[in-house]
Design a binder for this molecule. Structure first.
Ligand SMILES: *Cc1c(COP(=O)(O)O)cnc(C)c1O
Length: 377
């Protein structure tokens, strides 16, 4: 079986984990955490980074920083992972779901604009598959209406919008190191704080609502409870695991992007002959090899294709079910039909993509896709 995903291993993970354990400093904000923070700040132009236990937690920190209270509205794409919405619902926000673009699962600017009211506090964008959303017009909407911009950059490491790294544009941004992402540590995340007004408070919320970080820097002579907070810090054992991955980030990215390009080049002919769309990459965006998808004609063909590939030993999968139609939300949803989101929910198929995937495995996947479409029609 060709799995859908296989987490990358550099080989140095256990070595750094052992060093962290032997050092005796295994709680958060220790040696490896600081090295990973420096890596992100210097490579991606983040003003400040904080490693968290997950991207979900980084989003929850964003909701606390945004001072979300009941009655506040947050605009979120419906085509995303549940955490993008849950983080804000936990603080009492009313969620307004936006549609995707017609030819790209990313959020549509017009759809966002139509949902803005005087109660809109935050717009969250999700760079699906690591491909940038159309940030200039979204940023303008935020500035004109005094709205905070949060990037859910869980899938977007190393990718750019024009000349800016994703995660460096919004007031706040979150990344994930879950085992399904480009670099991993089991469970882990990072909050990038680009707007300086959140710098000090982010550190306090991260440290359970205390000013422990300033205490350790010698800025105050004792530390105590000063704000809301939780235990959002990543253990340094997991930061050590992650450090072994960031050291090899260039190699990981080169490999993943070449796998992505190979699919894209070798599926062109099939997409010309049958009703299959390949990812559309806008000219302001880059590819980071996070995931490769195709969009087929309808849900029935999608299901038959997944079943066929499984019989051939290939694990391909669909992706998000639209959040506005989820069991948790559908009775609360008062907005309009989001037809593009529904299209991607029903018709998108993700193909295996991981560091160790070989070219002969890719050739096999591509030839089975071709056989499926030729025999079906
Ligand atoms: C993976 C992912 C998350 C959740 O990340 P965790 O680290 O598992 O909390 C959130 N949003 C998006 C878009 C994701 O892809």
């Amino acid at each position: 079986m060709i799995p859908f995903n296989k987490p990358y291993l550099s080989g140095k993970e256990l070595f750094y984990i052992a060093k962290a354990v032997e050092s005796g400093s295994t709680s958060g904000n220790s040696f490896y955490t600081k090295r990973v923070h420096e890596f992100f700040n210097s490579n991606f132009n983040f003003n400040k980074s904080l490693l968290t236990t997950s991207c979900t937690d980084a989003l929850e920190m964003s909701a606390i920083l945004a001072n979300i209270k009941p009655g506040d509205e947050v605009i979120i794409p419906s085509y995303t992972f549940v955490s993008t919405a849950n983080a804000f619902i936990l603080r009492g926000a009313t969620i307004k779901f936006a549609d995707s673009c017609e030819n790209n699962p990313n959020v549509d600017v017009e759809s966002i604009a139509s949902l803005i009211t005087k109660n809109t506090k935050v717009i969250v964008v999700v760079h699906y598959a690591g491909v940038a959303c159309n940030m200039d017009p979204i940023q303008k909407l935020c500035i004109d209406n005094d709205i905070l911009l949060v990037e859910d950059a869980a899938q977007a490491i190393c990718s750019k919008y024009k000349d800016k790294y994703l995660g460096s544009i919004g007031d706040l941004a979150s990344f994930s190191f879950h085992e399904t992402k480009n670099i991993v540590c089991g469970e882990g995340g990072l909050l990038a704080i680009n707007n300086k007004i959140f710098e000090e408070r982010a550190e306090i919320i991260w440290e359970k609502g205390t000013n422990r970080s300033s205490f350790f820097r010698g800025e105050v002579d004792k530390y105590g409870w000063v704000d809301l907070g939780s235990s959002f810090l990543l253990s340094d054992i997991l930061a050590a695991y992650l450090f072994a991955q960031v050291e090899n980030l260039d190699d990981i990215q080169n490999k993943r992007i070449s796998i992505w390009n190979y699919y894209n080049d070798n599926l062109k002919e099939l997409s010309n002959n049958y009703d299959i769309s390949l990812p559309e990459i806008p000219n302001y965006a880059t590819v980071n090899g996070h995931l490769f998808y195709i969009v087929v004609e309808n849900e029935d063909i999608r299901n038959k294709l997944l079943k066929y590939l499984k019989e051939k030993g290939i694990h391909a999968v669909f992706h998000y079910l639209s959040l506005h139609k989820s069991p948790f939300f559908k009775d609360k949803y008062k907005g309009s039909t989001l037809s593009n989101v529904e299209k991607f929910s029903e018709r998108l198929v993700r193909l295996p993509l991981y560091y160790e995937l070989t070219q002969s495995q890719q050739d096999y996947i591509i030839s089975e896709l071709a056989l499926f479409f030729k025999s079906k029609l």
